[in-house]
Design a protein around this ligand. Structure first.
Ligand code: ZN
Ligand code: ZN
Length: 344
């Protein structure tokens, strides 16, 4: 139960990032006269001759996709990073600092069917995707200059996804990017101070309190974290202190596929729409690591009203209206089967 004290503005600490979020639950009462956006219609076709990710189609530069029948990975034709990018010119001023940043960008199609999303795929189909993530992670981590492999999915036009075909991106970089680097600092400090893992402690606390759990299985727990910034943000945590995908047993890969299925079905059911989000995994080989996934969905109160990170949030700090405990309760209350029924 949400205590009355939580109904007043307060701020909450994010121990992973080491920063704060302003929580203003009373603001959900205010009238909305801003943008209402458009509902995203589900992609109706199983094959789109114009889609550069569908099997058999041509991509830029004369590449042609094979007639793949499950997953398919290839080097991004518009890569943001290059494996042979040279070092930039040195600058005389410390104010104008640049560094070499080599990398590899790949695209992984989850399924040949253009109309699907994780929420509409079977657990067995998602399991195949988990196996492909693992193989890509192993292959890219083995490159001599690679320090970090970031797997992420941008889902839906509201998140700027350029193509509805079910796919993710995998960027392997020469430097650890800012988000995982910031988390690593705090995870290390916690381990030094407590002789235990921060996220292992956090899983135990959430399982004990039950207040912010959305769904769970033998291997994973999905929660709206205490310090969530986005209205329906979730954190998917391994129950065991697993560091990275290559450590997973077959049962743990299946459990990850299952929790991703459970969570994305609940997301779609919340506003009866193909729920947009950015999601991705944080993992690594270090003793401080604890495998987890972040889901950052933009929707606030309906299929069309999204949260904007503007004003005080750009100049001050992030702020949220709906309490994380209430967001978790709403995601728990929706049905566990997809509102469109089962696929035939
Ligand atoms: Zn397609
Ligand atoms: Zn993280």
């Amino acid at each position: 139960m949400t205590s009355q004290r939580n109904a007043f503005p307060h701020r909450r600490y994010n121990p992973l990032r080491g920063d704060w979020v302003l929580v203003s639950p009373h603001r959900t009462q205010r009238p909305w006269q801003g943008e209402t956006g458009k509902t995203e219609a589900a992609a109706p076709v199983h094959y789109d001759p114009k889609c550069y990710l569908c099997p058999g189609n041509e991509r830029v530069g004369g590449h042609r996709n094979p007639d793949y029948t499950s997953v398919f990975a290839f080097n991004n034709d518009y890569a943001a990073l290059l494996p042979d990018a040279p070092a930039p010119e040195a600058s005389a001023s410390p104010l104008l600092r640049a560094e070499q940043d080599r990398g590899i960008c790949k695209v992984l199609c989850f399924h040949p069917d253009h109309s699907l999303t994780l929420a509409r795929m079977t657990v067995a189909e998602i399991e195949t995707v988990v196996e492909a993530w693992t193989a890509q992670y192993v292959e890219l981590s083995a490159q001599p200059f690679v320090q970090h492999v970031q797997i992420f999915e941008n889902r839906g036009a509201m998140m700027g996804a350029s193509n509805p075909h079910p796919h993710c991106q995998i960027w392997a970089t020469e430097h650890v990017p800012d988000e995982p680097a910031a988390e690593r600092v705090n995870l290390k400090l916690w381990r030094e101070g407590h002789s235990r893992g921060m996220l292992a402690d956090y899983v135990a606390l959430e399982v004990e309190q039950q207040e912010r759990i959305v769904c769970q299985n033998d291997g994973f727990v999905a929660v709206v974290p205490y310090w969530a910034v986005w209205p329906f943000e979730t954190l998917v945590l391994a129950r065991e202190p697993l560091r990275e995908l290559p450590q997973f047993s077959a049962a743990q890969r299946r459990a990850l596929a299952d929790i991703l299925s459970q969570l994305t079905i609940r997301y779609d059911n919340l506003f009866q729409t193909s729920f947009p989000y950015t999601m991705g995994f944080h993992q690594g080989p270090g003793p401080e690591e604890h495998f987890h996934a972040h889901f950052y969905p933009p929707l606030l109160r309906s299929a069309t009203v999204k949260k904007f990170m503007v004003g005080f949030e750009m100049l001050g700090m992030p702020q949220r209206d709906i309490l994380p405990e209430d967001a978790a309760a709403r995601l728990r209350e929706v049905p566990s089967t997809h509102y469109l029924g089962s696929r035939s």
